[in-house]
Design a protein around this ligand. Structure first.
Ligand SMILES: [Cu+2]
Length: 271
C-alpha cells in the first residue's frame, strides 16, 4: 500500500491558513471579552508581566505559523526538507534564548520590586497580619497594640475551645492579640499589609485574584509577603492548592475598608 501525496498542496495550505486565521480570531475575541478581575492592590506589575508574555508568545505563534504556511505554499508537491542548516539553527536557538532570558530577567525584577514593600520613609508602618491555613479554613491574627504576636504551640491547638492556631493564652504578648473569625480578614485601604503565612497541616495557597496575590502556605515554614489594597470592597480569598476533600469549601473573604473605619470594623468583626 502506498500513501499518495495530496495532489494539490495548495489546498492543504489554504486549509491550514484558514485554521490559523480562525484560531487567531478566536484568541483575539477571547482576549477582548475576558479579563482579569479589576486590580485592587498595588500589583499592576503582575498584569504588565502577563500582557508582555501574551504579546511575545502571540508574535512567536503567528511567526511560526506564517513560516509553516510559506513552506507549504512554496513546496506543495515534494518534501524537499534540507537536513541541516547550521546558520538557521543557530539563529533560532539564539533568538529563543535571548527572548526567554529577557522574560526571566524581567520577572525577577518584578518579583524583587513586589517583595520589597514600600520604600517611602514617611509611610505608615505596615499592618502585620498572620494568616494560618488549616484543613479547611483560614485563620487571621493581628498582634494588637503591643505589635507582638503571642506565642503559639501546635500542641495547644484545640478545635473545641476554638483555639485553632494553638495560641498560648498564658503568654502576656498574647493578651491583646486580635483573632478574627475564621474566613474573614479586615484590612485598611491604602496601607501596606505584611502577611506572615503559615499552615497547620498540608500545603495550602493564599489566593486573592483582585490583589494579584497567590502564595503557598507551607507546614513548618512562615513566609512573608506584602501588598497594599487600593480599593475598598469585599474580595474573595480562595485556597489555590488542592489540600484535601474539603478543599472546595476553603473560602474566605477579605474586607477592605477606608482607613478611618478600620478600627471600628475590626471591633465589630471580632465580637
Ligand atoms: Cu487549602
Amino acid at each position: 500500500m502506498s500513501f499518495e501525496a495530496p495532489k494539490n498542496g495548495g489546498a492543504l495550505a489554504r486549509l491550514f491558513a484558514f485554521l490559523t486565521a480562525a484560531f487567531v480570531a478566536w484568541s483575539a475575541y477571547a482576549l477582548a471579552t475576558s479579563s482579569l478581575p479589576p486590580l485592587a492592590a498595588n500589583r499592576g506589575r503582575i498584569d504588565s508581566a502577563i500582557a508582555l508574555n501574551l504579546v511575545i508568545s502571540g508574535i512567536v505563534f503567528l511567526g511560526a505559523h506564517v513560516a509553516l504556511l510559506l513552506v507549504l505554499l512554496r513546496r506543495p508537491r515534494e518534501a524537499r526538507i534540507p537536513h541541516e542548516n547550521a546558520r538557521v539553527e543557530m539563529l533560532w536557538t539564539a533568538l529563543t534564548a535571548i527572548v526567554l532570558v529577557a522574560l526571566l530577567v524581567n520577572s525577577e525584577l518584578d518579583s524583587r520590586a513586589l517583595a520589597g514593600g514600600s520604600t517611602d520613609p514617611g509611610a505608615e508602618p505596615p499592618v502585620v497580619v498572620e494568616v494560618v491555613a488549616q484543613q479547611f479554613a483560614w485563620n487571621f491574627r493581628l498582634p494588637g497594640e503591643d505589635g507582638i504576636f503571642g506565642r503559639t504551640d501546635p500542641r495547644l491547638v484545640d478545635q473545641a475551645e476554638l483555639n485553632f492556631i494553638g495560641l498560648d493564652r498564658k503568654d502576656p504578648a498574647a493578651e491583646d492579640d486580635i483573632i478574627l473569625p475564621q474566613g474573614l480578614l479586615v484590612l485598611p485601604e491604602g496601607r501596606e499589609v505584611r502577611v506572615r503565612l503559615r499552615s497547620l497541616d498540608v500545603i495550602h495557597s493564599f489566593f486573592v485574584a483582585p490583589f494579584r496575590v497567590k502564595r503557598d502556605a507551607m507546614p513548618g515554614i512562615a513566609t512573608e509577603f506584602t501588598f497594599t489594597p487600593t480599593l475598598s470592597g469585599r474580595f474573595e480569598l480562595a485556597c489555590a492548592e488542592h489540600c484535601g476533600l474539603g478543599h472546595y469549601r476553603m473560602r474566605g473573604m477579605v474586607e477592605v475598608v477606608p482607613k478611618a473605619d478600620w478600627a471600628a470594623r475590626l471591633k465589630e468583626a471580632v465580637q
